[in-house]
Ligand binder design. Structure first.
Ligand SMILES: C[S@@+](CC[C@H](N)C(=O)[O-])C[C@H]1O[C@@H](n2cnc3c(N)ncnc32)[C@H](O)[C@@H]1O
Length: 144
């Protein structure tokens, strides 16, 4: 959001692509946040979901019905996506590359991960019985 506000607002719309949105929870949270905190940006937001599963696409449409004016759910695989986006945009794919299990997809997705400025975020697991000391920080690193 800061990056969009600093670099693009008000000259460009806020365009977000999310690949594989599951139940649509992340999209709902992001759009609720923008509508509440940045109503002027919300008016200029376009959130596009590319989802391979028909059942999940239907769930996402339902979950995001309150944001229907800014959301578009496209039921297709990212590997069949041919449309180029010329405008600046943000691209989200959480726990999606790991789900590309077809032999032909694996090398491709690994290559993609190497090319993109992608970030991996992990939260260290607490040892059984350990008392939380609030020092456990998220570790962020480049995808190998
Ligand atoms: C493990 S779920 C992650 C869901 C959500 N992003 C999250 O973090 O909770 C993987 C999602 O990616 C979708 N998906 C898998 N392969 C895909 C592809 N080739 N194109 C688009 N979506 C895909 C699945 O249908 C599912 O919605």
């Amino acid at each position: 959001m800061s990056e969009y506000l600093l670099k693009y607002f008000p000259y460009e719309d806020l365009i977000i692509y999310e690949v594989g949105a599951g139940n649509g929870t992340l999209a709902t949270n992001i759009l609720d946040f923008i509508r509440e905190r940045h109503p002027d940006v919300y008016e200029r937001t376009r959130y596009r979901i590319i989802e391979i599963s028909k059942a999940l696409s239907d769930n996402q449409q339902r979950a995001l019905r309150h944001h229907s004016s800014v959301v578009e759910v496209i039921n297709k695989s990212i590997f069949d996506w041919t449309q180029r986006e010329w405008a600046p945009c943000f691209f989200l794919a959480l726990e999606v590359i790991v789900s590309f299990y077809l032999p032909i997809s694996c090398p491709l997705s690994n290559q993609m991960a190497g090319q993109l400025p992608a970030r991996r975020c992990t939260i260290p697991r607490a040892k059984p019985g350990a008392v939380p000391n609030h020092s456990g920080r998220r570790r962020v690193g480049r995808i190998p």
